[in-house]
Write a protein that binds this ligand. Structure first.
Ligand code: SF4
Length: 198
């Protein structure tokens, strides 16, 4: 984990993919990726954050470059009062797409990996970022959008899940940051409510 005084953002430690998945070739992304990326952050965190797919930084092993997605995400978490230690970040797709690909086929092929992660980690709360994640995780809804979903709670594998904008959308439209922080604050409140119920 790296951190400097000038840069309050950190590169979260990556969790290695299980041996059985490290060489997964269940979809065409196996031919595009450099490697399978399982997730990063605290592997035992009570909150699991779900993004659509890894980006360039994750694809290049060992490059401690902090991308815009992470910086915006960490800025939002910090403003909401959530520590990076309380979260684990993972993806719908565990490989970085570079060229066009069959998205429904890849998502369907990769979903057992996320299901396995959630079964093993048993987090208290989940949070999804962006419409792609909402579409995949709420298959019963027609064209779900985070604009309509934010502020409500759903369930995935029996775990409460909320949604907000993708960090890159927030980066492109800084006026979304206030909403982003509001949603992450709702996530923190929900997690605290779960802890109180114990
Ligand atoms: S995206 Fe998922 S299913 Fe496709 S090759 Fe990578 S790990 Fe396997």
């Amino acid at each position: 984990m790296t951190s400097t005084v000038q840069d309050p953002f950190i590169t979260l430690p990556e969790e290695e993919a299980p041996a059985a998945v490290r060489h997964c070739e269940n979809c065409e992304l196996a031919k595009q990726r450099t490697r399978v990326i399982w997730g990063e952050g605290n592997p035992e965190a009570p909150i699991v954050l779900i993004l659509d797919n890894p980006g360039a930084r994750e694809d290049r092993e060992g490059n401690a470059f902090l991308c815009g997605t992470r910086e915006t995400l960490q800025r939002g978490l910090k403003a909401a009062g959530l520590t990076t230690d309380s979260v684990y970040v993972t993806y719908l797709l565990k490989c970085r797409p570079i060229r066009a690909y069959d998205k429904p086929a890849a998502r369907s092929a990769c979903s057992p990996h996320l299901e396995l992660q959630l079964r093993e980690k048993k987090p208290d709360v989940l949070f999804g970022f962006g419409n792609v994640v909402a579409e995949e995780l709420l298959p019963g809804m027609e064209n779900p959008s985070v604009k309509e979903l934010r502020g409500s709670w759903h369930e995935v594998q029996g775990i409460p899940i909320g949604f907000t904008y993708h960090p890159l959308a927030v980066r492109r439209r800084p006026n979304l940051m206030r909403i982003f922080v509001e949603d992450l604050t709702a996530l923190k409140d929900r997690w605290e409510a779960v802890m109180k119920q114990r």
